[in-house]
Design a protein around this ligand. Structure first.
Ligand SMILES: Nc1ncnc2c1ncn2[C@@H]1O[C@H](COP(=O)(O)OP(=O)(O)OP(=O)(O)O)[C@@H](O)[C@H]1O
Ligand SMILES: [Mg+2]
Length: 270
């Protein structure tokens, strides 16, 4: 376990206890480069954990490791169960999902079709099922369409955008869309990678509102973000990573006071 200068381990969960997501001693190597080294944190239902650190610190690699898209060492527990050996798709079906630093939509699909495609993952429509019971497939498709449309509207993506391609809606809305798509239904732990990248004032506030709303709904969320004002405003706990190592972990106020953080990160930004 890495050194933790700022008031860490305050929540006192036993290893593997039923917290939403718990990461222990996570290490990621790309060849000889150690991108992440022995990093631990956890997040509860209805809690928002921030992850900050300079460019190249290893933040996105931690999401890749948690969702098993890169090889890693260490342990990850989703609601108390080890995720070792589970595919990214299987983890998504179990409610663990990630958004990406760059928008990643299904190209060639409209906003609504994107929302339908992500919710179909949950419903697990099988090819065999659609061949054997086509009427059920058609009914399910229309229910999916209705639910997808409602989901978008619920999160402020007006019906007039539903039949556009994602690239053709305003950028701030694209960032919101990527979170709504990852949230879908059934998501319990959401990893959000730089949602506010490239967005300004009003859009940033919409993002903050969306994250707050998801937290009220009981989602556990981990937020990587460079916009410090946004982070400090909304997170419950904060992890600081510098050159692959966790240098602080605790409440935003504690972390802000940590000498290691002032020196390595916030000090530069101030
Ligand atoms: N697939 C990969 N193969 C090889 N090296 C990688 C790969 N992905 C990331 N890296 C390297 O690992 C280190 C950590 O990268 P990572 O993307 O996790 O950082 P980050 O904290 O998310 O940075 P940023 O704030 O710029 O997004 C960097 O040195 C990066 O160049
Ligand atoms: Mg990154």
């Amino acid at each position: 376990m890495s050194a933790a200068p700022a008031g860490s381990e305050t929540k006192g969960h036993a290893a593997g206890a039923d917290t939403a997501l718990r990461v222990e001693g996570l290490t990621v190597r790309y060849g000889s480069l150690v991108a992440l080294s022995d990093v631990s944190w956890s997040v509860d239902d209805g809690e928002l954990l921030g992850v900050i650190g300079p460019n190249g610190a290893g933040k996105s690699s931690s999401f890749a490791a948690v969702t098993n898209t890169v090889r890693s060492e260490g342990s990850v527990y989703l609601h108390g169960h080890s995720t070792t050996g589970l595919s990214t798709e299987r983890l998504a079906r179990q409610g663990l999902r990630r958004t990406f630093q760059q928008n990643s939509f299904f190209s060639g699909l409209t906003v609504l079709e994107n929302a339908m495609a992500t919710s179909q993952v949950e419903e697990c429509t099988t090819l065999l099922g659609s061949i054997l019971t086509p009427w059920r497939e058609a009914r399910q498709r229309s229910a999916t369409r209705k639910r997808a449309g409602e989901l978008l509207i619920e999160f402020g993506i007006d019906r007039r955008y539903h039949d556009l391609f994602p690239d053709d809606v305003p950028y701030g809305l694209q960032r919101i869309l990527s979170i709504v798509l990852a949230y879908g239904g059934g998501t319990r732990v959401l990893l959000v990678d730089e949602p506010a990248a490239g967005v300004g004032g009003a859009d940033m506030q919409s993002l903050a509102d969306l994250l707050r709303e998801l937290r009220v709904r009981g989602l556990a969320m981990v937020l990587i973000e460079h916009h410090m004002d946004l982070v400090m405003e909304i997170v419950d706990q904060l992890v600081v990573i510098d050159r692959g190592r966790r240098i602080a972990y605790g409440s935003p106020a504690d972390v802000q006071r940590s000498p290691a953080v002032l020196e390595a990160y916030l000090g530069e930004a101030a």
